[in-house]
Design a protein around this ligand. Structure first.
Ligand SMILES: C[S@@+](CC[C@H](N)C(=O)[O-])C[C@H]1O[C@@H](n2cnc3c(N)ncnc32)[C@H](O)[C@@H]1O
Length: 366
């Protein structure tokens, strides 16, 4: 009996030792990913900037309230009056957005008398990116990667369905498209959804059948989303520099399709919430070199953030916590040249060149 107990005790100790070792290995692996991540971005941003940027990225994400113009004003007033002393308008945005002075949490959105939600909670950088579209009330707009729909709602605050304004929202993922539809139904009167909004579920990397259909195209591309990763242990473990390169390939394919869909003279806004230049400026640079659709970069100074080679970036260490949000504004300047329409062979050649270009750019940056 006594011998048996001893054995059990020994087994328990071995088990716990094994468990301890496994835990240690897990810790070491996490630390290695973090070190690789930090070294990668330290090289990109420089040691001094990276320290402050990393700290800012690790802080809780900052939000503002995008006020829904379709919500009944009296109902919104009743809700916001008790909070008024702690809320101020973000004056530098044309779109009506409020922010809490002390960065406290907001009460969840509520319904007005017509069952429409009063505000949407999002990053001010996201609203700024939609303002870069220079929207007119009558514009026909495509939001190519739209779910869950925050930027679509910001666009809709500027469009006027009575003046012919139309929005197509596209989203590849079925689940996310379902959420997008739900958001649109919750925030917009049924006649606006019915008459002015089209929801599609295409692969945005493929060209839409009709070229030059839209006045403006927003491409809020899927990206590495580093701030989000830093707040999600499981997701963070998946980070690698390779993932950035894979994202950049998809982003370029999406951007080519976006440019194909915009009318001559119209604007494409390319955006990401990544801090990686591979997913930001380098995608624009490749597009300008390799795209079949002629585009020019539109430069402008924005109230928050800083310029990059081709666009603008809002980063939390320099903007009271907003971002990251990169965006670049591209104007289509002409028709796609016939002789430049890609055959499959040419596309493959493009891929090979892109890979080579990537290596060259990496060397340039080193
Ligand atoms: C950055 S999120 C968009 C966020 C959205 N614009 C917003 O403000 O709420 C990118 C979206 O693109 C979608 N996506 C990824 N690949 C796509 C593709 N090939 N075509 C269309 N959508 C795609 C993802 O499912 C994701 O919902």
């Amino acid at each position: 009996m006594a011998g048996g107990k001893k054995q059990d005790k020994g087994k328990k100790n071995t088990l716990s030792k094994n468990k301890q070792k496994a835990l240690q290995r897990e810790q070491d692996r996490k630390q290695a990913v973090f070190n690789a991540f930090s070294n990668h971005y330290e090289q990109e941003w420089g040691a001094e900037r990276w320290q402050g940027l990393l700290e800012a990225l690790q802080k809780p994400v900052r939000h503002c309230l995008l006020i829904n113009k379709y919500c009944h004003t009296d109902d919104l007033g009743t809700k916001l009056t008790p909070l008024a002393s702690n809320l101020e308008r973000l004056e530098y945005l044309q779109t009506r957005c409020l922010v809490s002075r002390d960065q406290s949490r907001y009460p969840p959105p509520s319904h007005d008398r017509h069952k429409l939600r009063d505000y949407y909670i999002l990053d001010a950088g996201s609203v700024l990116a939609t303002e870069a579209l220079e929207l007119e009330p009558h514009d026909h707009v495509l939001d190519l990667c739209a779910a869950p729909g925050g930027k679509s709602l910001a666009i809709l605050q500027k469009l006027d369905p009575r003046m012919g304004g139309q929005l197509t929202v596209n989203e590849l993922s079925n689940d996310r498209r379902r959420r997008l539809r739900q958001v649109l139904d919750e925030y917009l009167p049924p006649d606006v959804v019915e008459e002015s909004i089209t929801v599609t579920g295409r692969d945005g990397t493929k060209r839409y059948s009709e070229p030059e259909q839209y006045d403006k195209v927003l491409l809020d591309a899927p990206c590495s989303s580093e701030r989000h990763l830093l707040h999600d242990e499981k997701e963070f473990e998946m980070w690698s520099p390779k993932r950035t390169v894979i994202n950049a390939k998809r982003q370029l394919a999406l951007l080519k399709a976006a440019a194909y869909s915009v009318a001559v003279g119209g604007l494409v806004v390319y955006g990401t919430c990544s801090i990686s230049s591979v997913e930001n400026d380098k995608v624009i640079s490749k597009m300008l070199r390799k795209g079949k659709v002629p585009l020019e970069v539109v430069r402008r100074k924005w109230p928050i953030g800083e310029p990059t080679k081709y666009g603008w970036i809002v980063l939390p260490d320099k903007t009271e916590g907003w971002g990251p949000l990169f965006f670049a504004v591209l104007r289509r300047t002409g028709v796609e040249k016939e002789d430049k329409v890609a055959s499959e062979d040419e596309e493959e050649e493009d891929h090979a060149q892109e890979e080579q270009g990537e290596e060259e750019e990496e060397e340039e940056g080193a």
